[in-house]
Design a protein around this ligand. Sequence first.
Ligand SMILES: [Zn+2]
Ligand SMILES: [Zn+2]
Length: 285
Amino acid sequence: MSTANNFKWTNYHSHTNFSDGKGEPELYALSAIKHKMYAYGFSCHSPVPFDTCWNMNYESLLDYRREINRLKKKYADQIKLFLGMEIDYIKNLVGLSRFKMLGLDYTIGAVHFLGYFEDGEAWDHSGGKPVYERGLKEIFGNDIKKLVKYYYEQVNDMVLKEKPDVIAHMDMIKKYNKGNYFFNENEKWYKDLVYETLELISKSNSIAEINTRGVLKGLEDEFYPSNFVIDKCKELNIKLCMNSDAHNSKDVMALIPEARALLKEKGYKEVFIFDEQGWHPIGIE
Ligand SMILES: [Zn+2]
Ligand SMILES: [Zn+2]
């Protein structure tokens, strides 16, 4: 009989000081080893063609690859380490294909940018509640439905055109919505948008992640995606993996056991992990 102790714990979503995380990748590798994790992946934010305070620079890409490959070899007898990237999909500007030549082990596709302010500055909807409110007002005329619809359209485009291995925090447009501050997730218009995206994901090869970071940071009561979305994922046989979106080496496995417990409770029998055989399911028990 297997126990929680020999479960193959993994996390493929993490940010080090190559983008907006704290500390060098080696600290994360050591922390993952300490947590007896089976595999660990680095996924720093991809460079984008404008300045932000959290994306990697194009100039750092080769150093990033070199460092993760060095760690892979150094700790090969203790943990499986992988080179990934959380790549921003920005309509008409940048997508996953641009980073193909890096030879990433896997890709996480994410939508963080949803338009531009009048001065040309790109708007990051995940950049804090005041910034969210500003984008909602100045770019979407305070029309929350228009904004949310636009977000899911971008996720849909990314799923169809870019085919990422993993879809990052699929419903992160709810990031500052605790207490239904901006909209009610139970309303039909919202559920219809979510279900449309889930249908597309279910027909793709992409895996959706349970991302624990919003709960860890106290922003959310439920993970990304919300519980009702996870229920629908099960109905549609959507593949899931569990990630902590760590920005600090101490968070390599933060709330992942809780995510596993939730999936078990919801009747999920397997989750997807990545190793030298690629993505494949393992029993959740
Ligand atoms: Zn992200
Ligand atoms: Zn992330």
